[in-house]
Design a protein around this ligand. Structure first.
Ligand code: ATP
Ligand code: LTN
Length: 327
């Protein structure tokens, strides 16, 4: 089975990314041949700083390894190192409609908060579809916010297949049962996010224990006193999910463990469970990040493997679309 997922290097990575991304990557790499892509080309679709992009790309590689990816087993690479991604994006843009892209909620949300709305922000999902389809991917582990992009990817693949002949495997999104959408601690009706959330309500994977404690201490809770996962309790439900993600316990297990206890104790124990999760990750991160030469070597290794595996798909795309090939 082929597994593929992508993650953006810009923006500090947070608990939501851990729950919907990192945690699933490490688990799914055991199920087959896995590719994890640092999507640096996607990152330039919103304003960014070039020096920051360079640092963050290496940071993210280190964080992917620190959270459990084994670069000898899985292919971990940067999107810009494999030119097939940019090429596939252009070819697929001919089978993607303006109307489909205009309906994407991520585009609608992100374009509202930008003064300069780049064309890249609009065509972002086409680049993403190419990422996935180039590897003949079966499953894509992601958070629930990516569902619409996954559906578009399947539609684009089906359209290409019916117009030019069977070329792509149809991929399925895989969303975690719990933690597919971790919410902001300050505004639990919004997803935890570097671009859309609040600073106090976003717990970063590299936050120090004191910062984590403070963020949970001031987390918004709901009226009432019960520690129960329910629709009318978005703040507490989110904390229960966070504790479930960080301890591996079930929702029922957490609820019964805290039955009859107050919000204060529950919030501080959730913070401690997150600190216990993050400490070893941070220690491994520092160790790996300390050796940029080794990081570059591993990136080069990943790029070579990814280029080799994606090349035949790109070649069939050109071939079937009627381009003259010289090889
Ligand atoms: P932003 O922080 O700007 O919202 P992003 O976090 O969605 O961006 P990435 O860092 O590329 O962008 O996301 C990596 C993975 O994390 C994706 O699979 C995404 O679905 C998942 N993810 C992002 N936010 C959350 C969240 N709050 N809860 C669960 N999964 C999430
Ligand atoms: N759009 C995704 C990042 C992303 C991705 C991908 C995820 C780019 N290409 C391919 C899965 C598969 C995001 O914003 N989180």
């Amino acid at each position: 089975m082929r597994i593929f997922s992508g993650i953006q290097p810009t923006g500090a990575k947070h608990l939501g990314n851990y729950a919907g991304g990192f945690r699933q990557y490490a688990a799914t790499q055991e199920q087959g041949e896995a590719f994890f892509c640092i999507v640096d080309l996607h990152s330039v679709s919103v304003p960014y700083d070039p020096a920051d992009l360079r640092e963050r790309t290496l940071d993210l590689f280190a964080l992917l390894v620190a959270t459990g990816l084994d670069p000898d087993r899985s292919t971990v690479f940067a999107q810009s190192h494999v030119s097939a991604h940019a090429e596939a994006s252009w070819l697929l843009s001919s089978v993607t409609s303006f109307g489909e892209l205009r309906r994407m909620t991520q585009f609608k949300e992100k374009s509202e908060s930008q003064e300069f709305v780049s064309a890249g922000l609009f065509t972002y999902p086409v680049l993403q579809a190419g990422d996935i389809l180039l590897y003949q991917t079966d499953i894509v582990p992601v958070g629930i916010d990516q569902r619409q992009h996954l559906e578009l990817t399947r539609d684009v693949a089906e359209r290409f297949n019916s117009r030019y002949g069977e070329t792509f495997r149809l991929p399925s999104g895989v969303y975690p049962e719990i933690g597919a959408k971790i919410m902001d601690l300050q505004e639990p009706e919004k997803k935890m996010s570097t671009t859309g959330g609040t600073e106090q309500g976003t717990v970063y994977l590299l936050d120090s224990p004191d910062v984590v404690r403070r963020k949970f201490k001031v987390a918004v809770t709901d009226s009432g006193r019960e520690i129960r996962h329910a629709e009318d309790k978005p703040g507490i439900s989110n904390l229960i999910e966070i504790m479930t993600v960080s301890t591996g316990d079930s929702i029922d297990g957490v609820q019964s463990r805290y039955d009859g206890q107050g919000y204060g104790a529950f919030k501080s124990e959730t913070a401690e469970s997150v600190i216990a999760l993050l400490e070893p990750i941070q220690a491994r991160f520092r160790e790996i990040r300390d050796d940029p030469g080794e990081l570059r070597r591993l990136l080069a290794l990943g790029a070579e493997k990814a280029a080799e595996v994606s090349r035949p798909t790109l070649e069939s795309m050109y071939e079937r679309m009627g381009f003259v090939r010289l090889g």
